[in-house]
Design a protein around this ligand. Structure first.
Ligand code: DOR
Ligand code: ZN
Length: 367
């Protein structure tokens, strides 16, 4: 198996090509808190109208009051002239009260709830140890139409790290979908052909988000000439055949697949260390990155569905009225992603650091 990241470029757009689409939403992002939040929120708000904000803070966001307060801090961190709306999520724990989920949803605070299997990823120690404990919560969510967002990896260390998503489908997700057939489920940041096949075959209440990095890199990226901590995230990037399956799914026009960056900033020193954190910070050039992929696949006409239509339809929310513009750069003028960005005295290394992206985000049309 060859794991080189190569892509066919059938009908690439000509330099200077402009595309406009409805302003997209990011259906999965980590905005953090404190100084990091202040440094990163503007990048997401600059491109996206809304974002589903992950609740894996320390401590996690498990109550309506905590989500309300966090939403306020996010709004304070976004430039005042921006119409960005953060959509909040509740972090599910073994003992989450269904009444708290229902109240948060009814009061317009919780858009969805996030299932982290305990110890699966960053700040997941308080996550769920056994999903059977959540049957009452899932029943309530199914009844009120509140989506369940799933980090889909088993935590069994006997399972190879590259197989944990596929094992999760077999051991957990297929049963969950069967037991709660009316529950809206988003399989977050899918990374495998198995996940793509599962979603494509499931009912209309099951969907998936796809990140820019899983469309761009395979597992070789983590080991190119040495260990590359900035290419490490969870679920970890897989073989080339999986990346190609993700590209086909994202650009297929199938409404079950939509944009979720999983932008996950960590200070460079927390990644460039003996035990580095998982997470790729892609927010500053997220749309350019997706546009590059859709262009390479000859599917720019499907970018709007993936980025701005499929997500709202699944969540039952209106599409955005504003439009944004992207331009394919002439090679010599292609914007270069900075090597590092600063965040409250810390260094952040963005996805595509140092590279020239072929697309330029020109902002909201008419703004
Ligand atoms: O790479 C990741 N980073 N995956 C996750 O699931 C969590 C995220 C984070 O919060 O850093
Ligand atoms: Zn995430």
């Amino acid at each position: 198996m060859n794991d080189r990241a190569t892509s066919p470029k059938p009908d690439a757009a000509a330099p200077g090509t402009r595309i406009e689409l409805r302003r997209p939403d990011d259906w999965h992002v980590h905005l953090r808190d404190g100084e990091m939040l202040k440094a990163v929120a503007g990048y997401t708000a600059r491109q996206f109208a809304r974002a589903i904000v992950m609740p894996n803070l320390v401590p996690p966001v498990t109550t309506v009051a905590a989500a309300r307060a966090y939403r306020e801090r996010i709004m304070a961190a976004v430039p005042a002239d921006n119409s960005f709306t953060p959509l909040m999520t509740c972090y599910l724990t073994d003992d989450i009260a269904p009444a708290e989920l229902e109240r948060g949803h009814a009061e317009g605070v919780f858009t969805a709830a996030k299932l982290y299997p305990a110890h699966a990823t960053t700040n997941s120690v308080a996550g769920v140890t056994d999903i059977r404990k959540l049957a009452r919560a899932f029943e309530a969510m199914q009844r009120i139409g509140m989506p369940l967002l799933v980090h889909g990896e088993v935590t069994d260390h006997a399972v190879d790290v590259f197989d944990r998503e596929a094992a999760f489908i077999e051991r957990v997700l297929s049963r969950l979908v069967g037991d709660f057939s009316g529950l809206k489920i988003v399989f977050e940041h899918v990374t495998t052909a198995e996940a793509v096949d599962f979603i494509a075959a499931a009912g209309p209440n099951v969907a998936a988000t796809i990140t820019p990095h899983h469309l761009e890199i395979n597992r070789n990226a983590m080991f190119a000439g040495g260990i590359r901590p900035h290419m490490y995230c969870l679920p970890v990037a897989k073989r080339e055949r999986h990346r190609l399956a993700l590209r086909r799914a994202a650009t297929s026009g199938d409404g079950k697949f939509f944009l979720g960056t999983d932008s996950a900033p960590h200070a460079a020193r927390a990644k460039e260390t003996a035990c580095g954190c998982a997470g790729i910070f892609n927010a500053p050039f997220a749309l350019e990155s997706y546009a590059k992929v859709f262009d390479e696949e000859g599917a720019l006409d499907r970018l709007e569905a993936f980025a701005a239509l499929n997500g709202p339809r699944f969540y039952g929310l209106p599409v955005n009225a504003q439009r944004v513009r992207l331009v394919k750069a002439v090679a010599a003028e292609a914007p270069r992603v900075p090597d590092t960005l600063s965040a409250g005295g810390e260094r952040l290394v963005p996805f595509h650091a140092g590279a020239a992206l072929g697309w330029r985000y020109e902002g909201i049309v008419g703004a």
